[in-house]
Design a protein around this ligand. Structure first.
Ligand code: PLP
Length: 239
């Protein structure tokens, strides 16, 4: 087995163990958490090896890289766009991305609706919320999210299935927990406003440093990059 594959197998094993213990502590089934491997900094052969190890969901943050890579994994994985999407890229992204985690305006959602109808596709979309209020982060403010509640609910061509957030960089996983709890509260508030207890089942939250806390708070999708690919640069020469 190549060194790259060996290292990836060990990293993936550790991530799966962390998922299992966070789920056990929260009384959840590990199958209730979707592991999305974030491949934005990974070389393609590493991604290939990860697919061979059984990973089925891949996330890219840039539409251009998604476009380049999607044909290489055609039919083998579910692609998630997790980074900022400009309206003029929607037409290229919709045929490839099964999920879009980063809808952050009414204008973008309108565009997705229009093109999805035209192409006869039904992407899963999530609204990205800037829970921490940091200026460096994309996403709707909690106020904008609630103010536009009727507009989100009127989504027809896309499957508006949840909310996404990124916690600030903090010293420990437990310090990220309040941001995840806040996303759950906002989801519950929309459920109340819509009088629909089953709305927005997906919560995309948790990255390498904080996914344990996100799972405890109720994450259904975690987006993991560095914990899967750490140490790969070092072993790459010896593959
Ligand atoms: C890069 C990225 C991740 C993965 O971050 P890691 O800390 O490497 O796990 C998750 N979500 C988004 C939106 C990202 O851009």
């Amino acid at each position: 087995m190549s060194k790259v594959r060996e290292r990836l197998r060990a990293n993936l094993g550790r991530v799966r163990e962390r998922i299992a213990s966070a789920c056990a502590a929260a009384g959840r089934s590990p199958e209730s958490v979707r592991l999305i491997a974030v491949t934005k900094y990974a070389q393609w052969p590493w991604v290939e090896a990860l697919i061979e190890l059984g990973v089925k969901d891949l996330g890219e943050s840039r539409p251009q890289q998604l476009e380049r890579r999607a044909p290489l994994a055609a039919g083998r994985v579910t692609w998630h766009l997790i980074g900022h999407l400009q309206r003029n890229k929607v037409r290229k992204v919709l045929p490839i991305a099964d999920w879009i985690h980063s809808v952050d305006s009414v204008r973008l959602l309108d565009r997705i609706e229009l093109i999805a109808a035209e192409l006869h596709v039904r992407p899963r979309v999530l609204l990205e919320v800037n829970v921490s209020g940091e200026a460096s982060k994309d996403g709707l403010s909690p106020h904008e999210l609630l103010e536009q509640a009727d507009r989100w609910r009127a989504t027809r061509h896309a499957d508006l299935c949840g909310l996404m957030t990124m916690a600030p960089v903090v010293a420990s996983s437990s310090q990220a927990r309040p941001y995840f709890d806040r996303l759950v509260e906002l989801r519950d508030r929309l459920r109340q406003l819509w009088d629909d207890p089953d709305a927005l089942p997906e919560l995309s939250m948790g990255m390498s440093n904080d996914f344990d806390a996100a799972i405890a708070a109720g994450a259904t999708c975690i987006r993991i990059g560095s914990a899967l690919f750490e140490g790969l640069e070092e072993v790459n020469g010896g593959q």
